[in-house]
Write a protein that binds this ligand. Sequence first.
Ligand SMILES: N[C@@H](CCC(=O)N[C@@H](CS)C(=O)NCC(=O)O)C(=O)O
Length: 111
Amino acid sequence: MARDPPAGGPVSITEELIMAKVEMYASMWCGFCHRAKALLNAKEIAFIEYDVDGDAAGRQQMMARGGGHTVPQIFIDGQAIGGCDELYALESAGRLDPLLGQSVNGGGSDG
Ligand SMILES: N[C@@H](CCC(=O)N[C@@H](CS)C(=O)NCC(=O)O)C(=O)O
């Protein structure tokens, strides 16, 4: 059954927000990397950045994990989602937010 929102005063938050682990293999001089970072920053999503500039082993690891050979390569909870274009495509399709965070409701479901 739906409940009316409280008329005022503090609201008790009963949902726990679990953020995904976001990793990005990037290079300092890469415009696509800056663009991808700008989107994550705008969405206030924390991410781990691996600078693979001149780092052959890092690039090998990036590809071994299922990423492509260009930078950036972005992983969300270990899943390779592709580069900058794919990140923006997910955002445009409204599919990025569900990947980035999962809202877990501690209570049961109504209805
Ligand atoms: N479509 C890709 C393009 C990425 C791309 O071309 N990145 C360049 C650097 S800005 C690259 O990795 N070039 C090859 C290389 O550096 O080895 C994306 O959206 O991420």
